[in-house]
Design a protein around this ligand. Structure first.
Ligand SMILES: O=C(O)CCC(=O)C(=O)O
Length: 285
């Protein structure tokens, strides 16, 4: 069982839309994350180029057991439930080798029920100058789906270590005093092993990263409870699928989840209900 979040971390996530888990992975785990992810990217792209934004690999199956296990009870699931409640389903882990900037965006292409994404960068230390992630704290609570973001934002820079227990309260107070985030953004500098769970409506971006910057994530979503919510998720699955082709030249016919993963999850007493949500939202193909 992973160590759970403290009450103050959970309320930080509700207020600002993200939280930081410094040094979550060990050195051996980081090596495995890189090795499994690169192997799968090689498998997918051995006979094709990546797209303008790089290469993408979904990691749900026996070829990438560690990434696959991150979705489950021994890793991020209990924390995702702490942050989002129990009515969530696991979607997948993935890895990108990213080219260029990631402009400001929410991780939702349409308004829909939120999810949580556990983001981590296993390749290198990322600073404000070399592609560290930026957040617009609190924007997950916007009433309008589209927000005008000024081209120039003041950068408030922190590091993942500013979220260690002894510094957490000072970091939170600093952010609270600066809210709302209208003309500034928060840059979180990270080292391999740090993990950043954030809720999918939160605006985030990254600039000036090196070519082939490795981005890993494990994702969960709230189950849609209405017909409109389900349709929004289906629409999003269509957009994501088109983007995977356009941005990463990902082969459209290749499923995101392996058959053996589906069979395993179907028989798992904790996770079997995910399959129904994945099928209904057209995420499982
Ligand atoms: O590092 C980045 O480019 C930001 C990551 C991101 O945009 C995402 O995972 O959705």
């Amino acid at each position: 069982m992973p160590s759970m979040l403290s009450g103050r971390e959970v309320s930080f996530f509700s207020q600002f839309g993200f939280v930081v888990l410094p040094g979550w992975f060990s050195r051996a785990e980081i090596d495995t994350i890189v090795e499994e992810g690169l192997r799968e990217i090689d498998r997918i792209y051995h006979d094709r180029d990546g797209g303008p934004q790089g290469k993408w690999a979904p990691l749900a199956g026996h070829n990438s057991p560690f990434h696959t296990s991150l979705l489950g009870s021994d890793h991020f699931l209990p924390i995702a439930e702490q942050l989002m409640g129990k009515d969530i389903y696991g979607m997948m882990s993935d890895m990108l080798m990213w080219e260029g900037n990631t402009g400001w965006h929410r991780d939702q292409d349409v308004p829909c029920d939120p999810g949580v994404k556990f983001l981590h960068y296993p390749g290198e230390k990322l600073t404000a100058e070399t592609g560290a992630v930026r957040f617009l704290p609190g924007t997950h609570l916007d009433e309008e789906f589209r927000r005008q973001i000024p081209e120039e934002l003041e950068e408030v820079i922190v590091s993942a270590d500013d979220f260690q227990p002894d510094k957490f309260a000072a970091t939170r107070d600093m952010l609270e005093n600066r809210m709302p985030a209208e003309d500034w953004c928060l840059v979180v500098e990270t080292s391999p092993g740090d993990v950043l769970p954030f809720t999918t409506p939160l605006y985030h971006a990254s600039f000036n990263g090196a070519s082939g910057r490795m981005i890993c994530a494990t994702m969960y979503s709230l189950k849609p409870t209405t017909a409109e919510g389900l349709e929004a998720r289906r629409q999003e699955a269509r957009i994501i699928s088109e983007n995977h082709l356009k941005m990463f030249n990902y082969p459209l016919e290749r499923p995101f989840h392996s058959n053996e993963w589906v069979a395993e999850i179907q028989n798992d007493p904790v996770c079997s209900h995910w399959i129904d949500s994945l099928r209904k939202t057209n995420w499982l193909r």
